[in-house]
Design a protein. Sequence first.
Length: 388
Amino acid sequence: MDHIVNLLVSPAQRPDSLATLGDMGEPDPLEAAVRAVRAFAAGGDPGVPTPLGLGHIHRTYAVSCGDRDLVLQHLNTEIFPDLDALTENLLRVTQHLAQAETRSEPERRVLTVVRAADGGALHRDASGGVWRAFAKIRDAEAAGSTRDPSALAAAAAAFGDFARKLSELPAPPLHTTIARFHDFPRRRGVFENSVATDPCGRAAGATEAIAATRDACTQLERLLPEAELANLPRRVAHHDCKLDNLLVDSTSREPLCVIDLDTTMPGTWLSDFGELVRSATAGAPEDAGDTYRVEIDVAAFDALASGWLHATAPLLIDAERRALPLAGARLAAMNGLRFLTDYLEGDVYFRSLRSDQNLDRARTQTRLAVALLARVADLRDCVERALD
């Protein structure tokens, strides 16, 4: 399957993506795509759009327009209501990255926004739907999961280079596209409210998961108090540094382009490194629940630390360096909170294919957080080696 579905948000392979809210007001999505692509065809003869994956936020299509291939997206304004802010961020980030790119084939290394016929980056159709398009990056696919240390180090270096380049983005700050996205105390508060109100009557069947989640949060707070994080620098962060959000050359596997940019906004780099660790070191399916033993791959962590810090180490302050060994546990615990909250509230946020999938996801993430905390001494050694 063409992994270019990842281009901005929500590849089909990601079970932890935001759920699509409603049908986005379009009874026949493919017909709408056929009409919308004409706005971006630039005189070419557009083919029939082909749906790409099962995107959980925007609807995504591949379409050929004469001598160029496009990726077309129908934007979900439920998740991102401020499309002007979203688009301004996207244009600023991609233009800055393009100007900073010095390697060969720059068109494969930065997303290229395709303008509509009126010159704008968005097209609004007659029914109120909003669309955007990108040049499809040729001969590329998502990096996907791997246990190869060299591939992990290269992927982490690509995300680190992305962060380093955007650290030089001129003022003003980017817009916040999702408020308090990685705000751990907020996530904990929403979780506790869901347990207390139990809107769907599911809490009784999740008592062990609730207790385990609380225990993991307590362990994390003891080792990484939120007060220590309050003064971390606000930086441009991607917020979703999974391997599925990196395109690589289909043949050589060389990292090409960081994608899924809709949550690129002010935050901390702890989120980016933590998400890399959370998504690449467990060796267990994200919805494995209690049926799969979660074991931390310290060699994978070592490779990630080496690659990411190669690009970012000179910019980090001491507080960030100290927090890095716990970043993966923090993101895993946060995702456990989010999955379990959604389960208790009736699976309204994360897409689920079975009734207990979000419960299993929560169990896996909580066990991952605990496993990462248990290996924190080893992870500190890895970070210190990478910083030497």
